[in-house]
Write a protein that binds this ligand. Structure first.
Ligand code: HEM
Length: 555
């Protein structure tokens, strides 16, 4: 009988096939920026050749090509897995669950549930301030890394937006990885959110806030107040980005545009964990459909806005260099990307914060009445609550907004940064982080850490902000008071932070003053308040559950 070894061709051609596969995989993963696997694929030739011979002997019915493929893939997966959990991996000394160390697909799966924020918080509670949440990714819960990571001269942005936006080219501002390009693209945004520009937006804010209060006055019985905040913030951002064009507050969401925006969140969030798949995800019709719809919707408004020119100063005025006529307009693709960014970054975040704020106040009547007393003092009935003159003196109002953002940050898991590939690594505070590592400073975990905010860490207690600023007294007795502003990062930090922070603050203050000047909030009797935390889901920005309230006119 012929032996299996004799009945098959010599191993050289297969060795060649394995080498070729190694090279192809090497190139493919380099393209996908998964450098560890890319190097790996070249190191496996010898064990693969041995595996090839063994499998070929034990399963002679398989063709050499099939055996080569099986052996190559199995050895690649096995060796990558072993390397990632081995003490030789550069992040080996950082703890974390094995599933996270092995593959980012684990976090992608977790993110689909919307519980990413509580999952990472639980990892920090179990493993400490630095946790390995991916093969080459860390989550941190230590404010000492804030400046070295996010501050001037810190790290460039990480790749999550490539996965989220389904493209590695034409990234909008928020996703630009190259710090110099980012700084250049940020210039018109900085002009759009300068103090004089913000002053000019006041009538636009007042217009929509007045409409919101009027629409709410027309409602009878119980309402889901978050839905009205969604409509308000979307209409307002359309005013800001394109000089108008949306009337959700007036007509409702007849075009399903809000739904379109949110429908894509889970897939986008999962892909943000495997960003190298984002550009391919963009070719899957079911995944790309929502992005395509949003893009074609916004393209229409971009073109109209360009034709119409500047009727009044809005964000587009600056993004299109209309304030610097000597400069050429940017390409339309850039205006389109930045316009979509303004709508998406500016509407859902603010609406999330306002909904959480309504929930917190409706469940804490004492805080609600204290805030109303302050509003009545600065804006008694008949005074226009949208004139921003007094906002900065309204310390309780600021405390309420901050406390809401602390407990319910609209971007609960924050944005990532990455130590550039090919560098040795950097010290972030006391931690050495090797080149190629992506990292998050996790707002949800920081905000709910008693070392930084206590007492009443997980409760709504706006007074903590007054105590911290020496504007209030704590009656917490012998309990230690902890407060660390560096651990409060709802808008992120540094040159890549939220450029719309001041606008968002102004918008929220105007809504709260106008709403509470006019109405009392009453939560539905017997509504289980735990519903809010259960339904507060982290898809980068959050989705929120219904908050059923009745508004009672105060006069
Ligand atoms: C409560 C409301 C808001 C919150 C909590 C929030 C939060 C954030 C966060 C966490 C980032 C990521 C920053 C980073 O990469 O480190 C961001 C970026 C950004 N936000 Fe906001 N945001 C809010 C409202 C707004 C508004 C009203 C606008 C107006 C258009 C806006 C525009 C942007 C833009 C353009 C970026 C990208 C900035 C850059 O990469 O340079 N945001 N925001």
């Amino acid at each position: 009988m012929e032996s299996a070894a004799n009945s098959h061709p010599s191993m050289e051609p297969s060795l060649l096939a394995i080498c070729a596969m190694g090279l192809i995989t090497h190139q493919l993963f380099r393209r996908l920026e998964t450098y560890a696997i890319s190097t790996h694929s070249l190191l496996l030739v010898i064990p693969q050749a041995v595996g090839f011979m063994l499998l070929r002997r034990s399963m002679p019915q398989l063709t050499a090509a099939t055996v080569s493929c099986i052996v190559f893939l199995l050895s690649l997966i096995t060796s990558v897995t072993i390397y990632r959990i081995s003490p030789f991996h550069p992040l080996a000394h950082y703890p974390g669950p094995i599933a996270c160390k092995v593959s980012k697909f684990w976090m992608a799966g977790v993110s689909l549930t919307g519980r990413q924020h509580t999952y990472i918080q639980s990892l920090h509670q179990r493993y400490g301030d630095v946790v390995r949440i991916g093969p080459n990714e860390l989550s941190m819960r230590d404010p000492s890394v804030l400046n070295p990571t996010f501050g001037p001269g810190g790290l460039p942005k990480g790749p999550i937006m490539v996965g989220r936006i389904l493209t590695a080219t034409n990234l909008p501002l928020v996703g630009i990885l190259d710090p110099e390009l980012h700084a250049e693209r940020r210039k018109p945004w900085n002009r759009a959110f300068s103090a004089p520009a913000l002053k000019e937006y006041e009538p636009l804010i007042a217009n929509r806030v007045t409409q919101l209060v009027r629409v709410l006055s027309d409602q009878r019985g119980e309402i889901d107040v978050g839905r009205f905040f969604n409509y308000f913030s979307y209409d307002f951002m359309m005013d800001m980005a394109y000089g108008g064009g949306s009337e959700l507050l007036r007509d409702g969401d007849t075009n399903n545009i809000w739904h379109t925006m949110e429908a894509g969140w889970p897939a986008a969030t999962a892909l943000s964990h495997v960003p190298y798949l984002g550009p391919y995800g963009g070719r899957v019709p079911a995944i790309a459909a929502t992005v395509d719809r949003l893009v074609s919707y916004c393209r229409k408004f971009t073109m109209k806005r360009i034709e119409r020119g500047s009727e009044r100063k809005d964000i587009f005025h600056y993004l299109n260099n209309e304030d610097q006529p000597e400069k050429p307009s940017p390409p339309i693709s850039q205006l389109l990307d930045d316009g979509i960014l303004a709508i998406v970054a500016g509407s859902d975040t603010t609406s999330s914060a306002l909904t959480s704020l309504a929930f917190c106040l409706a469940t804490h009547p004492a805080a609600l009445h204290k805030l109303q007393a302050e509003i009545d003092r600065f804006y008694p009935a008949g005074e226009d609550p949208c004139v921003a003159t007094h906002y900065r003196d309204m310390h309780y109002l600021t405390a309420v907004v901050h406390e809401t953002l602390r407990l319910y940050p609209p971007v609960p898991s924050g944005m990532n940064r990455r130590v550039p590939h090919g560098t040795h690594g950097v010290m972030l505070g006391p931690y050495f982080v090797p080149g190629g590592t992506s990292m998050f400073l996790h707002p949800y975990s920081l905000h709910r850490d008693p070392r930084y905010f206590s007492p009443f860490t997980t409760s709504f207690w706006p007074e903590r902000w007054l105590v911290a600023a020496n504007r209030g007294f704590t009656n917490a007795g012998s309990v230690t008071f902890n407060h660390n502003d560096a651990a409060f990062v709802p808008f992120s930090h540094g040159p890549g932070n939220c450029v719309g922070k001041q606008l968002a603050m102004q918008e929220m203050r105007a809504v709260v003053c106008a709403l509470l000047q006019k109405f009392d909030l009453r939560l539905r009797d017997g509504w289980d308040v735990r519903e809010y935390d259960r339904g507060f889901k982290d898809y980068f920005v959050t989705t929120r559950p219904e908050v059923p309230v009745t508004l009672q006119a105060r006069f």
